[in-house]
Write a protein that binds this ligand. Structure first.
Ligand code: NI
Ligand code: MN
Length: 232
C-alpha cells in the first residue's frame, strides 16, 4: 500500500487500484501551508470520513466535486453530503461492505460528532480496511482508548498497520495509544492528530520512546510524505 500523509488525520491510501482519502482537513490546517499541499491535485475515488467535526472534513466537499469521489461514512454524515449532491455509501457501526477496492468495516470510536452546520453527525467511527492481496489497516478516527478495540483482532483480519490519534486533549494521548496498539495486536503504528493546534502539541521523542519501550514502532511521517507498507 502506498500512503501519503496530508497532516492532522488526513491520509491518502492507494489500495486495490483505488485511491482513498481519509478525513481531509488541509486548506485550514496551518501546518499544511508550510508543507505546501495543493488540494486541487488530490483526486481520490473515495473519501472516508470518521465523523462530522470540521478538522476531519473541511475539504471533503471541494475534493469530492473536483474528483467525483464517493463519500463513505456513517449514515448521518453520508446523507448530509448526499443532500448537497455528493453521492456515497452510508454505513453504521459494526457493519461491513465490500467495495471494489476491498472491505470496509466500521468499528466503534469513543468521541462525539456534529456536522459544521450543527446537524447531528451520528456516531463517530473508525475504519478497518482489508484488501486480500495488499493487507489490512485500522484508521481509528478520533477516539479515546476503549476496550472495544480488543474486538478488532477477533473480528477482522490481522492488521498490518494502524493509524491512531496520539495528540491527547481531544483524543487519546500516546500513553493510551500504546495500550490501544496492544488491544488491536499491532506493532506498526502511524501517529496522527497532533501538533496541528496548541492543545495537541506532541513531545515527539517522548512519544517514540514510550512506543519503543513497549516493543512497538511509532512512525510520525512528515506532511506530504509518501511511504509504502507491505502486507506481512
Ligand atoms: Ni473530532
Ligand atoms: Mn479531530
Amino acid at each position: 500500500m502506498r500512503i501519503t500523509y496530508y497532516g492532522h488525520a488526513c491520509f491518502f491510501v492507494e489500495i486495490g487500484n483505488k485511491k482513498l482519502l481519509f478525513d481531509p482537513f488541509i486548506s485550514h490546517n496551518p501546518l499544511t501551508k508550510v508543507a505546501k499541499v495543493d488540494i486541487s491535485k488530490i483526486n481520490p475515488d473515495y473519501i472516508l470520513l470518521s465523523h462530522g467535526h470540521e478538522d476531519h472534513l473541511s475539504d471533503a466537499f471541494e475534493i469530492a466535486i473536483q474528483s467525483d469521489a464517493k463519500v463513505i461514512a456513517v449514515y448521518e454524515v453520508q446523507q448530509w453530503f448526499e443532500k448537497q449532491g455528493i453521492p456515497g455509501h452510508g454505513m453504521n457501526t459494526g457493519g461491513k461492505w465490500k467495495f471494489d477496492f476491498g472491505t470496509v468495516k466500521l468499528v466503534n470510536a469513543v468521541h462525539s460528532s456534529m456536522l459544521p452546520d450543527g446537524s447531528y453527525g451520528g456516531n463517530p467511527v473508525g475504519f478497518v480496511v482489508t484488501n486480500d492481496h495488499e493487507g489490512t489497516f485500522y484508521f481509528a478516527g478520533d477516539t479515546a482508548l476503549t476496550l472495544d478495540m480488543k474486538l478488532i483482532p477477533m473480528i477482522c483480519p490481522k492488521l498490518d498497520f494502524a493509524i491512531l490519534p496520539i495528540g491527547d486533549n481531544f483524543t487519546m494521548g500516546y500513553d493510551d495509544a500504546v495500550i490501544a496498539s496492544n488491544f488491536i495486536n499491532c506493532n506498526t503504528i502511524i501517529g496522527c492528530h497532533y501538533d496541528t493546534f496548541p492543545p495537541v502539541k506532541l513531545d515527539h521523542s517522548a512519544a517514540k520512546k514510550t512506543f519503543s519501550r513497549a516493543g512497538k514502532n511509532l512512525f510520525l511521517p512528515e506532511i506530504a510524505m509518501t511511504f509504502n507498507i507491505k502486507k506481512k
